[in-house]
Ligand binder design. Sequence first.
Ligand code: ASP
Length: 584
Amino acid sequence: MYRTHTCGELTIKDTAKNVTLCGWVQKSRDLGGMTFVDLRDRYGITQLVFNMEADHELCGQARKLGREFVVQASGKVRERSNKNMKIPTGEIEIEVSRLVILNRSELPPFTIEEETDGGEELRMKYRYLDLRRSSVKNNILLRHKVSQEVRKYMDSIGFVEVETPVLIKSTPEGARDFVVPSRMQPGTFYALPQSPQTLKQLLMVAGFDKYFQIVKCFRDEDLRADRQPEFSQIDCEMSFVERDDILDTFEGLAKYLFRQIRGVEFNEPFNRLPYSEAMANYGSDKPDLRFGMKFKEITTTVKGHGFQVFDGAEYIGGICAEGCADYSRKQLDELTDFVKRPQIGAKGMVYLKCGADGLKSSADKFYPPEELKKWAAAINAKEGDLVLILAGERHKTLTALSELRLEMGNRLGLRKKDTFVPLWVVDFPLLEWDEETKRYYAMHHPFTSPKPEDIHLMESDPGKVRANAYDLVINGVEIGGGSIRIHDASVQKLMFKVLGFTDEEANLQFGFLLNAFKYGAPPHGGIAFGFDRWVAMFGGQDSIRDFIAFPKNNSGRDVMLDTPAEISDQQLNELMIEIKKKDK
Ligand code: ASP
């Protein structure tokens, strides 16, 4: 038997027991007569002690232990004189009588402790060492716990976990596919699923009624910060449901997970906010509702006073930062610089300070005090408040104001890490116009159902059609999204038409689905949650990377496996693939 206990379980109650532990040497301290070794495994750290006087040879052996050596140590549990109350095993130590080196280790390239000297790239290259650090390890354990809880809950309400294939045909989720060449049929390719969307719909046709899966999805996108080319979803689909059945079901899942994982109770139903209101009030389809600071549109209130910035604007709106009337010139300049950054793209910012000594604005050349009073009234600003105003083209200005609102939320400490405010954003537009290609794209995907009351606009005014689609948003992060699907062949046909697909093209790409729909497709709908992101949120962090055991870096590389990599000529020949070598 290698061990009687783990390094995380012995406490004062075990005093005088004879035990054997195995683990890695985190650190050893040599204090002349005594040598102390911190032994680590997944469960914790236990202190080993070697006494020079008691056993000269054994102590000599202990002194030679290097960091990350794998050892087996036997001895007696005893109370420590110097207790560490921060860890569960901190009141005891093992007085070692036998030590076996199970394996040696080279000097690790960085210190494997909470405070590490390893940079990001180095830790990624040696991820298996990084995973020994308790913060990263705990994230992976949290992920395990969340996935177990998801399965428990979904099973308890009758969902069946079904695995769908990884080698499939292109699924349209708006990104590029990763493809895998076929050796048996040279010149043809599988695609890795961007999501199991079509397959889960086929499971509904098959009559499974309630499906879920924690599943890998692959999207070959230009990587933005904190995106992974492969990521996991909690993917779900249900039959014979309307939108609210789905929202209720998954609100149940969300509440259950928050209770089990974070001990947070939500007693009220989640707010359901139409997309149009989310945009008008917060300039975003994923508003952070941990704080208010709703937008107020003041376009008609302020136009017509010769101030070109306002007079030429399609939209003028402001937010009210309570109690910020004493912002300094420097602070206001910082905010102006913030909104003028290219990513945000505002031309400038107008402010209105509601000070005790009256109203003061950066545009008061054009606006006498009684006009400024009208602004303050329109935005509900009171004495002590600061109003920040942006103006310009409607959509761009709303988006910029949204960024400014979030920035003010940060500055005022209103975005608290352990407050969670979930909401459903509903009634998304069905279609999105793309200026470049001059055509409409499905905002969610082509199987999303329009709202029945909007179907008549599909051909006359497609941009106005609302989808029966929804997102779960928590603290400004999109955690999940889904829709009621089209199950009626004529509506699907219409959808493809609006998207510019000919019947032939639609059949070529989605024939299997359209065909299946001829055999009794039930009304159905579903949702998928970003599993990595949700786990990261439960773990109180923004970045998903440390919640994935072996993630890729920001350029999509696995620096540990050193991939993507070239393959051999033999492999290429078998696949009948010729690589165009770049000119040297
Ligand atoms: N397949 C969709 C996605 O990955 C989710 C859904 O509609 O269920 O976003």
